[in-house]
Design a protein. Structure first.
Length: 100
């Protein structure tokens, strides 16, 4: 049987499939990276909220502030969750506007 008559695909076809799969994987990884949440240290949370450490941990204990997550030895907060809390505080503490 000649080389053209073998059942396996030509080498260039296999290489093309390999490159295609790698590009699909790269697209998948890049898409996931765009969806990753930024994690914040306590210092960054204090900067975003204007609140001190004691206040933040007291509010966490009372269930009124987003809980942190542990990664290794680090204590971190999810940025979008903290931003949501800040937005909520703005809405709750703005005086109601009266139309008329």
């Amino acid at each position: 049987m000649s080389q053209a008559g073998h059942w396996w695909p030509a080498r260039h076809h296999i290489v093309g499939i390999h490159i295609s799969l790698r590009l699909q994987l790269l697209d998948c990884v890049m898409g996931a990276a765009e969806n990753l949440e930024e994690l914040l240290s306590l210092d960054r949370v204090r900067q975003m909220t204007g609140m001190g450490t004691t206040f933040i941990y007291g509010e966490i204990k009372a269930g009124r502030f987003p809980r942190s997550i542990r990664i290794g030895r680090r204590t971190l907060w999810i940025q979008s969750v903290v931003q949501g809390w800040v937005r909520q505080q703005i809405v709750l503490n703005r005086p109601a506007q009266v139309d008329g």
